[in-house]
Design a protein around this ligand. Structure first.
Ligand code: CA
Length: 639
């Protein structure tokens, strides 16, 4: 029956767009209501189970067809904790499917569960509040399992790799009671936001045996349910919900906001719950009917269709409201349409205040996708037309500093490239001449889960012996310079967990399913390389005191008073720091192999290539020079 239907047409939307906010299974004062949107179905059967993953249905009922493609059934019983799925018949085909709108599920997500959400709230959840926003947003990307898996982290055995590890607030290296790890370490570092790699339910790890495999989790199965393999009991639908809420509560109490990585551009497989309930509707296809693959994962969601847009918008709002998430990082945002991103931004602003919830994403795609005329994708090209508070990863800053991620051998400013000077200057003002509208839109970074770690890239390009486990002075210098550059750019700051301790994956660039032993955060390394961590710590603390860099507005670029190429591979910038301790800031980046002398009087030394804490007792300097492969950060007080 679905063949010949133009799902993208206004006629279809008019006939089948459902405005209600009650899809899924809801408990009411009078019982339980099930509603499923299945516009092309000829019949829908609801099946109820006592278990989430074994045994036969104990009851089956035929759903009633209502308006706008909705099927429903209600009972006066409270079915909290009951598992269910649907059999949807479209044409000659019948498919078993979980509920795409489910808020709880059984092990591995094949059956949905009715859940009484208030019962999943941890103690004092109603008083949970995000900490106050700081002068700067500094986002630290972690994977739940990687964070606490290593024995060196000192986490209790039973919480290692789990949500519950984030409720351990004072762990130390090997539990010896000395060097902080985990959240205690992050508090010292000064990051403001913890970004969780996917924590919605994904398909690539068997929840019955989570230790058998590892995955980043960019393969969504149940968009509105937490992943089960991180919970202490994936067989009980309510447990993962409570434990993820506890994680958020703990991070809030420890002073961090929480960002969730969301993947609305594609599903684990095209044969998803969305496809089984409304075949053909949720996915983009080319004219000849072949599926689009702009995601590189075999399917692209059609975010521009009204019920798909509604689905994504409601999902984001649900995570913000029910789990108190403070921001969203959109995977391959360049595949979603700009109008939807604008709606998400506007709805979050209306509920929580302007810009309170961070919204940003990857402004690109892995390939071409089909899009109707008049639809604009939320990609790099369109960014300038979008809301200031929709951010995007600044790949130009990343590649200018350390070299392209596409070619391991390609170098950038800090590791040998010539001719990057003007791009470095552009990076400081967040490429606002071309590209971004304001620093608010720029997520400034040199490493994320994708590609080689910063350390590995630098070792690969600078150390002929390629020793990833040796802290050679040359690589450390380049690492410090790279950090000093992006930490003195005006965008929001982002780093992959462990960048600050020279995290290595032994040169591997795409470790999405590599063993946890390679992916885990190595807390021993964090302490072996603690002088580098301290360098980051000082830069972060200094950064928060510099309005010249924290300013995110459309006029922030005007704070650039002067920019100059001093010699080849050496750049000086001067910034208006009105509102801070120092009225003017001067930063000199020297990637060359020569010391470069500087003129000018009255500057205090705030940081150099060795120490980023000089600002604590700033000394006037008389004959400044910037050492090879290093930085100088200077401040001048007002008259
Ligand atoms: Ca799962």
């Amino acid at each position: 029956m679905q063949s010949g239907i133009n799902f993208g047409s206004k006629v279809f939307a008019k006939r089948f767009h459902y405005d209600g906010d009650d899809l899924g299974a809801r408990l009411t004062e009078n019982g339980t209501v099930f509603k499923l949107w299945a516009p092309t179905a000829e019949g829908v059967v609801l099946r109820l189970y006592p278990s989430g993953h074994t045994g036969e249905a104990v009851r089956t009922v035929s759903m009633q067809r209502e308006e706008k493609g909705v099927w429903s059934w209600q009972t006066d019983e409270n079915l909290d904790g009951v598992y269910y799925d649907y059999e949807v018949t479209v044409g000659r085909d019948s498919h078993c499917t979980a509920d795409p709108y489910a808020r709880a599920c059984g092990m591995n997500g094949w059956r949905s569960m009715v859940v009484d959400l208030p019962k999943t709230n941890p103690k004092d959840w109603e008083h949970d509040r995000a900490p106050e926003r700081q002068a700067e947003d500094i986002i630290y990307e972690v994977h739940v399992r990687e964070f606490s898996w290593a024995e060196s982290g000192g986490f209790p055995e039973k919480v290692r790799g789990k949500y519950k590890a984030f409720c351990e607030t004072d762990t130390t290296l090997f539990d010896r009671g000395e060097q902080p790890t985990g959240l205690a370490y992050l508090r010292d570092l000064g990051v403001t936001h913890v970004q969780l790699m996917p924590v919605y339910d994904y398909g690539s790890v068997n929840e019955a045996r989570p230790d058998d495999s590892f995955n980043w989790g960019y393969d969504p199965v149940n968009y509105n349910v937490p992943e089960g393999s991180y919970s202490s009991d994936p067989t009980k639908g309510e447990v993962r919900i409570r434990e993820l809420k506890e994680l958020v509560q703990s991070l809030h109490q420890q002073g961090f906001r929480v960002i969730m990585d969301v993947v609305y551009n594609h599903t684990y497989s095209r044969d998803s719950w969305l496809e089984r309930t409304a075949p053909g509707y949720y996915y983009r296809t080319w004219q000849d009917g072949t599926p689009c693959n702009g995601s590189g994962c075999g399917n692209d969601l059609a975010s521009e269709r009204s019920m798909c847009a509604k689905y994504i918008l409601e999902s984001v709002l649900y995570w913000a409201e029910e789990y108190h998430m403070d921001g969203f990082r959109f995977d391959l945002m360049g595949l979603l349409d700009a109008a939807l991103m604008e709606r998400i931004r506007a709805e979050l602003d209306a509920r929580y205040g302007r810009g309170e919830k961070l919204v940003f994403g990857e402004p690109w795609a892995a390939g071409e996708t089909a899009c109707k005329r008049g639809i604009h994708l939320a990609n790099q090209k369109y960014l300038r037309k979008m809301d200031l508070e929709i951010g995007a990863f600044a790949d130009k800053v990343r590649d200018t500093i350390k070299g392209s991620v596409m070619d391991a051998a390609k170098v950038g400013f800090v590791n040998g490239a010539r001719g990057q000077e003007h791009k470095i200057i552009q990076s400081v003002t967040a490429w606002c001449e071309k590209g971004f509208r304001a620093p608010a839109q720029s997520i400034t970074y040199v490493s994320s889960h994708d590609d080689m770690t910063l350390w590995d890239k630098l070792v690969y390009t600078l150390d002929p012996k390629c020793q990833y486990d040796v802290f050679t002075p040359e690589v450390l210098r380049a690492n410090r310079l790279a950090a000093a550059i992006y930490m003195t750019c005006q965008g929001r700051l982002f780093l992959l967990s462990g960048e600050e301790f020279g995290r290595t994956k032994q040169g591997a660039h795409n470790t999405y399913n590599a063993p946890i032993a390679l992916n885990r955060l190595d807390w021993e390394r964090a302490w072996d390389n603690h002088t580098l961590v301290d360098y980051y710590r000082g830069l972060i603390a200094l950064r928060k005191q510099l309005p010249a860099l924290c300013d995110k507005g459309e006029d922030a670029w005007q704070r650039m008073l002067h920019a100059e190429v001093l010699t080849s591979r050496c750049v000086s910038i001067t910034l208006d720091n009105t509102g801070g301790t120092w009225e003017t800031i001067k930063v000199i980046y020297n990637a060359s192999s020569h010391a470069v002398p500087l003129g000018g009087m009255g500057w205090e030394l705030l940081a150099d290539g060795r120490s980023s804490f000089l600002w604590q007792t700033p000394q006037p300097i008389h004959q400044p020079a910037v050492q090879p492969v290093s930085v100088l950060i200077l401040g001048k007080r007002g008259e």
